[in-house]
Write a protein that binds this ligand. Structure first.
Ligand code: PEP
Length: 249
């Protein structure tokens, strides 16, 4: 069975309030152009999520959170739970993004708990993994990916409740990307590792993320075992985001 690509935009700390609504509206207007080709997802900041979800209601564009807590409620000042995201209109949530792993010292066990919480709330977890430049230079890519997969994917992971995004940390926001061959070997390794612990690994969507743009999208999206993209900077412009989606098939 062919896996339908997912083109996901991570707006990070951009697109709150009116700017997020305007961006969502612009994407929704053009979403029919990619119908049948790929699924679309946008992940706005938490404060804009409900408004963006309302703007996108009835469109083919899904909404996701950028992070969630590992518990469903409690005394956790400033945090947001997976059920809260679901109630606000999300059907996905990103977990383990390298900016969370780096800025907030999130390790694999915490990412696993957050992803399990996402599953419990009925959300699809977009679990991010990827090596640093030092790890790549040290020849540790496969070992790092294996450790992140074993540590971050919760029990009960399936192709229906999980997407895994391979995002080399050194490629995020830098304009640098791995070669197609490097992505192919990383994704083949990731799929094989997931198959050791999860059912239906062949159908689980593996996204590539890191400096995807309209110019390189066709090449990156055609690599074996790449089932879509997680996009940061280029997802903040509706034209660029849709151009990337049009390169998926
Ligand atoms: C990201 O942060 O998930 C990402 C892929 O960012 P960019 O596309 O800007 O490299």
């Amino acid at each position: 069975m062919a896996v339908k690509p997912l083109i996901a935009g991570n707006w990070k700390m951009n697109g709150g309030g009116g700017a997020g609504i305007a961006l969502a509206r612009a994407i929704a207007e053009r979403a029919p152009e990619v119908a049948g080709r790929c699924d679309l997802l946008v992940c706005p900041p938490a404060v804009a999520l409900a408004a963006v979800a309302e703007t996108l209601a009835g469109s083919a564009v899904a909404v996701g959170g950028q992070d969630c807590h590992g518990q469903s409620s409690g005394a956790h000042t400033g945090d947001i739970s997976a059920p809260m995201l679901a109630e606000a209109g999300a059907s996905f949530v990103i977990t383990g993004h390298s900016e969370r792993r780096g800025d907030h010292f999130e390790g694999n066990a915490l990412v696993r708990d957050k992803s399990a919480a996402a599953h419990d709330a009925g959300l699809i977890a977009v679990i991010c993994i990827g090596e640093t430049a030092a790890q790549r230079d040290g020849g540790q890519v496969f070992a790092v990916l294996s450790e992140q997969i074993a540590g971050s994917l919760p029990q009960g992971t399936t192709a229906a409740n999980t997407v895994v995004a391979y995002e080399p940390v050194w490629a995020i926001g830098t304009g640098r990307t791995p070669t197609a061959a490097e992505i192919a070997e990383a994704h083949a390794h990731i799929r094989a590792e997931i198959a050791r612990i999860a059912a239906g690994a062949a159908d689980l969507r593996l996204l590539y993320g890191g400096s995807v743009n309209p110019e390189n999208a066709a090449e990156l999206l055609s690599v074996d075992n790449v089932n879509g993209a997680l996009i940061g900077g280029a997802s903040l412009d509706a034209g660029s985001f849709l151009a990337i989606a049009l390169a998926a098939s």
